[in-house]
Design a protein around this ligand. Structure first.
Ligand code: FAD
Length: 434
């Protein structure tokens, strides 16, 4: 016989656990269904969680979260095969409560978040794949099918937190079209073991402090970028690549990671690091323009399942957006249950909560960023332009007199095939986004 809950949450990633936590806290019964043997077992990310959204979910979360290192140093690197310009920022403020970002392993982080939901009363159902939706005669969602014998679960509200490519949201008809390949990127990551002392020396950090590096110009023209994060006794390095670019580019992702590790600016940082993990996962990078409908009769969609990952150049934030969306989905579901109306109208508060928070506000603000960052000029021409410009500024050419900045800019633009008109336009789009 089907088991019945007030709410069924599909997927115990950050979105699902936050949703289940809020539903349980509101006093409703909730099942948190996860296909992996434990939460986080199937999940991949680069490695940094931004904590502000946790302030609202878990007071003094920093005392409990399984953290590797607190990010106190952030670098953005623009590179060509032979050059690298790094913007390097550090602040002690991020190394003490309430902190800013932290590196954490997904198996630890997701298990911890799910445990919070369970402590609040949610029922975690691991090793169980949701295979479809149950609907009533009018088409409203009233539960899910699973791969277990007699595994149907019925409930007032289903919250789909099943991650990128959510087949539940698709089955519910919430995506207009199939998730198109141009909205997806592929993240490929290696974790390399390095001793604590080596990390401290190479990255100039002490104690639990760590570094987050983002890179542009290291993907051989395939739209994307690179990242490097420090854990306590390992580092994570990888690339994020536009899926169509991988298809058309003729370079294998793991070869790009290998090449990145050989780059003169990176090689000294990763030297001797032994690979202890290799993983790959899709990322929904289309942003605001690619989001599905978020609310249906009896169903809400949150996190990567709703393309809420914010991936826009210097930002690669998905966990905090998933946590925020999950939290609001849980609250909206509880409110609808209280009012006795779980129709699309009854659940409509979810969209308003998202609109009034960073989740949709940031996405709306940065809606043109993914196209700009993944565009041909940003990927293939601007890194060379910027590096040539800076090399020209720093290079001493006497007895020839120093070239003026204007001349340098014009020369770097010309050498890299950039028209000034495009540079100004892209600069304006970037400024407006920021
Ligand atoms: P997920 O974390 O994907 O969770 C979905 C869950 O649903 C999984 O546990 C899955 O097993 C389960 N599931 C799926 N289908 C079913 C089913 N049918 N039945 C039962 N269970 C199911 N974000 C950051 O904040 N910081 C970063 O540094 C960062 N770096 C990244 C680097 C890479 C290489 C990648 C791939 C992503 C990165 N992201 C990063 C993005 C981040 O990982 C996601 O945005 C985030 O995990 C989304 O959370 P979620 O809960 O929506 O989905």
């Amino acid at each position: 016989a089907p088991r019945t809950f007030d709410v069924i949450v599909v997927g115990a990633g950050p979105a699902g656990s936050a949703a289940a936590l809020e539903v349980a806290r509101a006093g409703y019964s909730v099942a948190l269904v996860e296909r992996g043997p434990f939460p986080g077992s199937k999940n991949v990310y680069g490695g940094v969680v931004y904590g502000r959204v946790l302030d609202e979910l878990v007071p003094r979360w920093w005392e409990r979260m399984p953290v590797q290192r607190w990010v106190t140093r952030r670098q953005t690197m623009v590179m060509t095969e032979t050059q690298a310009l790094t913007v390097d920022f550090r602040t002690e403020d991020w190394g003490r409560p309430p902190y800013n970002g932290a590196t954490a392993h997904r198996a630890d982080l997701d298990s911890w978040l799910a445990e919070l939901a369970v402590e609040a009363g949610a029922v975690l159902v691991p090793s169980t794949v949701v295979t479809g939706l149950l609907r009533d005669r009018a088409g409203a969602v009233v539960g899910v099918r699973t791969d277990r014998p007699d595994g149907d679960l019925t409930g007032g509200v289903v919250i789909a937190c099943d991650g990128v490519n959510s087949f539940l949201a698709k089955e519910a008809g919430m995506y207009d079209t199939e998730h198109q390949a141009e909205h997806l990127t592929l993240g490929v990551k290696q974790t390399l073991a390095l001793s604590r002392e080596t990390i401290e020396e190479r990255f100039a950090v002490t104690g639990r402090h760590g570094v987050d590096i983002e890179m542009l110009g290291c993907t051989k023209g395939i739209p994307g970028g690179g990242f490097l994060y420090t854990n306590y006794e390992s580092i994570s390095i990888g690339v994020v690549l536009g899926l169509t670019g991988v298809r058309d580019g003729g370079t294998r992702p793991e070869d790009l990671v290998a090449e990145l590790k050989r780059h003169p600016a990176i090689a000294p940082l990763v030297k001797g690091g032994e690979q202890i993990e290799y993983s790959a996962h899709l990322i929904p990078e289309g942003g605001y323009h690619s989001m599905p409908e978020l609310v249906g009769d009896g169903i809400l969609v949150a996190g990567d399942a709703a393309a809420m990952c914010l991936a826009a150049g210097i930002w690669l934030e998905g966990v905090n957006f998933a946590l925020g969306a999950g939290m609001f989905a849980g609250r909206a579901a509880a409110k609808a249950l209280r009012a006795g109306d779980v129709s699309k109208t009854g659940l409509g508060g979810y969209r308003k909560l998202l609109e009034n928070s960073f989740v949709l506000a940031d996405h709306r603000k940065l809606r043109d960023f993914p196209a700009l960052v993944l565009g041909e000029r940003t990927q293939q021409r601007y890194p060379g332009l910027v590096c040539d410009l800076v090399q020209g500024l720093f290079q001493v050419d006497n007895p020839a007199p120093k070239p003026g900045l204007r001349k340098l800019l014009l020369r770097s633009a010309k050498d890299n095939g950039v028209r000034l008109r495009d540079l100004v336009r892209d600069g304006w789009t970037g400024m407006r986004g920021l």
